[in-house]
Design a protein around this ligand. Structure first.
Ligand SMILES: NC(=O)c1ccc[n+]([C@@H]2O[C@H](COP(=O)([O-])OP(=O)(O)OC[C@H]3O[C@@H](n4cnc5c(N)ncnc54)[C@H](OP(=O)(O)O)[C@@H]3O)[C@@H](O)[C@H]2O)c1
Length: 345
């Protein structure tokens, strides 16, 4: 098979369309890096926002995308944990360099932020998980500081005993992983979603799912979450935070949020703003390793459920249709995934 690389380029500010794909450089992995053949690339809201708003685009041309599952194709110096041919998954270094974009046939990833894909997961399933995992894990374990659900022998071991935990928006990518990590930790998870996703969110481990469209949603949450201390707003849009905050009934509550908010926050509430890019900060290397180990164990023990997958046609050339679905809020309880190797130029 030829190793010519093909990808989607953001060539200029305010570019309207990302397709069609074009020939791009076949990147060489540097020390600590691995080149992978991208088998499945998962779409995140940040991708279309980067195109439309040009944030986290360091220079033009630029290749977007962070959620990826693939096969190791070439090792950089110093990498011993993988070999060529290994099946791997990761969230690549957001907004750092084109070689890390996943909307291309070959991408370069950081070995110490990457794990092997257990045989029980397909590439498509694996590509639905990484950014959701890191966002949820940073919020729950790094910022709110819930103890990792691992025993000394590094087996899954919940450390919380049924305390309530609210996840606002349990059917999105971040929400689905937050529901799972909170439930695995031992929390009694109450989530919000649209009724069409109630069964799905329960299948992720939520004990109760409530409709965020209901006018009395806060009363409904307070009725089933006595002394609610912890919440995670996995949406931070459409008034979600303003609705979530009054749900907290503990005297010193803590809430994780994932977008900047304008809503007034009561003085007793401790707010934790998650920024998933923190995973790659030099000073976070130890924390990255701690959470990477958890992720690896949860995958190997099949404790994490992937999101339902929607495969887009024509490889990367359907990207603009995929971005439109997200821009219009039409992605519900599933992950859009591309197969770059199917791309024709
Ligand atoms: N700060 C960070 O590091 C970080 C990291 C990742 C993502 N984000 C941001 O987090 C947001 C969510 O990302 P995502 O990947 O999870 O998105 P997503 O998977 O596209 O989210 C889709 C889901 O959002 C739900 N939803 C929409 N409005 C809602 C509301 N008002 N209340 C509850 N649920 C609502 C829908 O639920 P129903 O269909 O059930 O109604 C749908 O299933 C985006 O704005 C993204 O940019 C930030």
């Amino acid at each position: 098979m030829s190793k010519a690389n093909v990808g989607l380029l953001v060539r200029e500010p305010k570019q309207k369309k990302l397709a069609p794909a074009a020939p791009v450089e076949l990147w060489e992995p540097e020390r600590g890096e691995v080149r992978i053949r991208v088998e499945a690339a998962g779409q995140n809201p940040a991708d279309w926002k980067q195109l439309d708003w040009n944030f986290a685009v360091p220079s033009f041309p630029f290749i977007l995308g962070v959620d990826v599952a693939g096969v190791v194709d070439k090792l950089g110096d110093g990498v011993t944990k993988f070999k060529v041919g290994d099946r791997v998954m990761t969230m690549t270094h957001f907004g750092a360099a084109s070689k890390h974009g996943v909307y291309q046939k070959y991408s370069v990833v950081t070995a110490d932020a990457t794990i092997s894909i257990p045989d029980s997961f397909t590439f498509d399933q694996a590509a639905t998980i990484p950014a959701g995992f890191w966002t949820a894990a940073l919020g729950i374990f790094t910022l709110i500081q819930i103890p990792l659900p691992l025993s000394q022998a590094k087996r899954v071991y919940p450390k919380v005993e049924g305390e309530p935990f609210l996840v606002w928006g349990g059917s999105g990518t971040v929400g689905a992983l937050t529901v799972q990590l909170a439930a695995i930790s031992g929390f009694n998870v109450v989530a919000t979603a649209s009724p069409r996703n109630f069964e799905y969110v329960k299948s992720l481990g939520a004990a109760k799912v409530l409709d965020y469209h209901d006018a009395d949603i806060v009363d409904q949450i307070r009725a089933v979450t006595p002394n609610l201390r912890y919440a995670f707003d996995a949406i931070c849009d459409n008034g979600s935070t303003a609705a979530m905050l009054p749900s907290l009934s503990h005297s010193n509550p803590e809430a994780a949020i994932i977008n900047d908010i304008k809503d007034p926050v009561p003085s007793n509430v401790k707010i934790h703003r998650v920024g998933v890019g923190a995973v790659y900060r030099e000073e976070k290397a130890e924390e990255r390793a701690r959470l990477l180990e958890l992720w690896d164990v949860l995958m190997k023990e099949s404790k994490i459920k992937p999101l339902p997958v929607k495969i887009m046609p024509d490889g990367l050339n359907s990207i603009d249709a995929g971005f439109d679905l997200m821009r219009q809020g039409k992605v519900s309880g599933q992950k859009i995934v591309y197969h770059p190797w199917q791309t024709k130029i």
